[in-house]
Design a protein around this ligand. Structure first.
Ligand SMILES: Cc1cc2nc3c(=O)[nH]c(=O)nc-3n(C[C@H](O)[C@H](O)[C@H](O)COP(=O)(O)OP(=O)(O)OC[C@H]3O[C@@H](n4cnc5c(N)ncnc54)[C@H](O)[C@@H]3O)c2cc1C
Length: 320
């Protein structure tokens, strides 16, 4: 049966929400379309960062102590049992329970010693998995007094002529997408703009991971790619360039640096096969006392699943 090409593009889009290639991902990912149409899309006033702020406040009310800007450089394990963590290469904090929210690849390959036998199984699983795609994003501040604005919805997706080419570029050719699908979030939220007549947009396109040795090196030419996306937006009639007041772009290499996600993978591993779910990091590690939570652990990436991951781990550990 020939499927309407526009419907095909919309259907293909959902697999990318898990960092996967729609030509290979299981059809079950289409349930996201049902969730979106049945329950709608929701916006938190002030942006998604407000969720972190609310969580922080709630945790502090419950007595949680935060140590910000403190990189964990080791998860200390002795006889396959967690003993604590080391921060900034010098301060040891003892604990027989460690919940790791960092990317599982970072946890098992960088934070736990290669000699820990109980970590070998997870390392091997992660090695066999296909990594999720990454993203190139632009944060735009627009001043509508400089040019005519365009009415947009909150969520907007602009598809290219040839959607398959995007997945060839991202997963096979491993090059920045020449004619990418462009997602624009244009919130109509006064608390997210500097003043009246201004807009703040989040623009995202799918991108290959940062792999200087075997794929694309995103440490270079990010500015050229950002310009290319701006030109495409202008070509789509968005009239961005004359209104542009602020621009910040983030490449997959930036993502790798600030979120410590190897290659800048957005969702840890992809769902590019029916077996992918089983290659994701377990919540309860074989290393006793270690729990993995978040986008690269079971059940997967994206905020809803990350919340479920946290619930599973909280239930595994139980009340203090
Ligand atoms: C551009 C972009 C767009 C996205 N869009 C959506 C979307 O529309 N909807 C959706 O549901 N999801 C989206 N996601 C995915 C979503 O953001 C992730 O699935 C989610 O943030 C993962 O949560 P997490 O807690 O596992 O990891 P993170 O949010 O990455 O948090 C992990 C934290 O651990 C810190 N960390 C890592 N290693 C260390 C260390 N050694 N020491 C100390 N700290 C460390 C990192 O700095 C980071 O702050 C998007 C992601 C990106 C990058």
């Amino acid at each position: 049966m020939d499927l309407d090409p526009h419907l095909k593009m919309i259907i293909d889009r959902y697999a990318t929400y898990t960092g996967s290639d729609p030509r290979r991902a299981p059809a079950v990912l289409l349930t996201i379309a049902f969730v979106e149409s049945a329950f709608g899309a929701w916006h938190i006033k002030g942006g998604i960062g407000q969720l972190s702020n609310a969580l922080q406040t709630r945790c502090q009310d419950l007595g949680v102590k935060f140590e910000f800007n403190s990189r964990v450089t080791e998860i200390t394990v002795d006889h396959d049992r967690t003993k604590g963590i080391v921060i900034k290469d010098k301060t040891f904090i003892a604990s027989d329970l460690v919940v790791a929210n960092a990317d599982a690849e970072h946890v098992y390959n960088n934070l736990i010693s290669k000699n820990v036998k109980s970590a070998r199984y997870e390392r091997e699983k992660l090695r066999r998995s296909t990594k999720s795609l990454s993203g190139f994003s632009l944060l735009l501040g627009l001043d509508n007094s400089r040019g005519k604005n365009v009415e947009l919805a909150h969520h907007n997706v602009f598809f290219p002529q040839n959607y398959d080419n995007e997945f060839e570029d991202v997963f096979n050719r491993k090059i920045p997408v020449d004619d990418p699908t462009i997602y624009i979030c244009a919130p109509k939220d006064d608390s997210m703009v500097k003043s009246v007549n201004k807009e703040s947009w989040f623009v995202l396109v799918n991108a290959p991971r940062h792999e200087p040795d075997s794929g694309w090196d995103w440490q270079q030419n990010g500015d050229i790619y950002a310009k290319k996306i701006l030109n495409k937006l202008d070509g789509l009639g968005m009239n961005v360039s004359p209104r542009l007041e602020f621009l910040k772009y983030r490449t997959p290499a930036d993502l790798e640096n600030y979120a410590m996600a190897p290659g800048g993978s957005i969702y840890g591993t992809s769902s590019n096969s029916a077996a992918s779910a089983f290659l994701r990091a377990r919540n309860r590690s074989k290393t006793k006392g270690l729990f993995c939570v978040g986008g690269s652990a079971h059940p997967g990436g994206g905020l809803p699943l990350v919340g479920i991951s946290a619930e599973i781990v909280a239930n595994c550990i139980g009340k203090a």
